[in-house]
Design a protein. Sequence first.
Length: 77
Amino acid sequence: MIDPNRPEEVAEACRLNDRMVARALAMEGTCTGEHGVGYGKMDFLIAEHGEAIGVMRAIKKALDPDGILNPGKIVRV
């Protein structure tokens, strides 16, 4: 638990999260959790899936051309 009013605690929590995700990927795990990608793990998807992100973006655009389904989540379009 952190105090969201203390920037140093928030920064440390972010650093630890980044480190845990990097370790999971290094061990052939995934950056996502039971609640999916949301906002917090989008940047890690590139490290995990590489060029497949382009395919994901294309599918998202094809199925949701107006960007109304979970806007701003999973992949940046």
